[in-house]
Design a protein around this ligand. Structure first.
Ligand code: MN
Length: 340
């Protein structure tokens, strides 16, 4: 935390480029960082990830470089042991399991390995509030923390932040702000702009700031896609059930979550064959297996592409069709299901 703050304070005359993950936790953490750096008098711009992008993909890296950063701040995006932009001072704020380490030379503030693992937005709030006045941003830390908790019970530290915030507004704001990154258009700029205009969760939930209409449209699209894709025919192998379908929307995590209740004694894989060209994007959930990360890494098939990140209770990946089919065979399928 102190090393992170020192990096911020040492560069208040510099130009910061922020790259937050596109979910509510990432965007909330990004908004906290943006406010803090603005108030420190630094120049700051945000670069948002496109569909399937993260800081180690070439397209996003090129946009980061084009934004001419003196310092890069990456929030809630996971990490790997490779440089993002070689030689560029980099601050990573995160809580995901690192994949083969951290970028060499980066200053890392991570909650990973410190249970109960804080959401990135909560971590960001504690990190940045020491360098700038951020009393009006506590709700952003809360928003991301609640968004990332899912069905888990709220830890006391989060409960104490709830004072004066309506749970209904909080839940509604989270659903609305998460919708654009799930929709086929992946227009997370619309969520980011609403978040920056809002002064509390009710501004988002009640549509008191411009732009909420777009979020509502994205939400309706996603809800319809979840219903459609959850009806995909299930295929069984080993203790796994896979639901193959095609959708431009990022509905595989939601479909997997629903199906995990329906197939409670199995590991569920929702497999989307049309999210990114030539790839299967899949999400795994289970009520029967507690550590899906360990399971997936122990299956014995190569985890190509961006696969096997996330949390013990929620993982998945993105790989070419053939690699995914090999993975299913390694999991106990006699033959992979037909491509949808
Ligand atoms: Mn997060």
């Amino acid at each position: 935390m102190e090393a992170g703050r020192a990096l911020l304070r040492a560069n208040t005359r510099g130009r910061f480029v922020l790259v937050p993950d596109g979910d509510v936790d990432g965007l909330s953490a990004g908004a906290i960082a943006l406010r803090a750096l603005e108030r420190l008098g630094a120049e700051v711009v945000a670069v948002l990830p496109g569909k399937g992008e993260h800081v180690h993909t070439d397209a996003l890296r090129a946009r980061i470089v084009a934004a001419r950063p003196d310092v890069l701040v990456v929030l809630d995006m996971g990490s790997r042991g490779e440089p993002i932009v070689a030689g560029l001072p980099t601050l990573l704020v995160d809580h995901h399991a690192p994949l083969r380490g951290f970028p060499p030379g980066a200053t890392v503030v991570s909650a990973f390995g410190h249970p109960p693992v804080a959401a990135t937005s909560l971590l960001a709030w504690h990190l940045f509030r020491e360098v700038a006045a951020l009393q009006d941003c506590a709700w952003l830390g809360l928003l991301g923390a609640v968004a990332d908790l899912g069905a888990e019970p709220m830890p006391d530290v989060v409960k104490r932040m709830m004072g004066g915030v309506s749970r209904t507004s909080l839940r509604e704001a989270i659903v609305l702000l998460n919708a654009p990154r799930r929709s086929a258009a992946h227009d997370i700029t619309s969520a980011w702009e609403v978040l920056l205009r809002a002064r509390d969760p009710a501004d988002v939930a009640k549509g008191r700031v411009p732009g909420v209409e777009k979020l509502r449209e994205a939400r309706a699209e996603v809800a319809a896609e979840v219903l459609r894709c959850a009806r995909a025919r299930p295929y069984f192998g080993g203790n796994v059930v896979v639901l193959p379908f095609r959708s431009g929307a990022r509905v595989h995590p939601l479909v997997a979550q629903r199906a995990a209740a329906r197939f409670a004694d199995r590991i569920v894989i929702a497999a989307n064959y049309d999210y990114l060209p030539g790839r299967v994007n899949f999400a795994m959930r289970s009520r029967a297996e507690r550590d899906l990360l360990r399971y997936l890494h122990g299956v014995g098939a190569p985890l190509t592409g961006d696969s096997g990140h996330g949390h013990p209770g929620a993982t998945g990946g993105s790989m070419p069709f053939e690699d995914f089919e090999r993975l299913l065979v390694a999991m106990g399928f006699e033959a992979p299901p037909p491509r949808p």
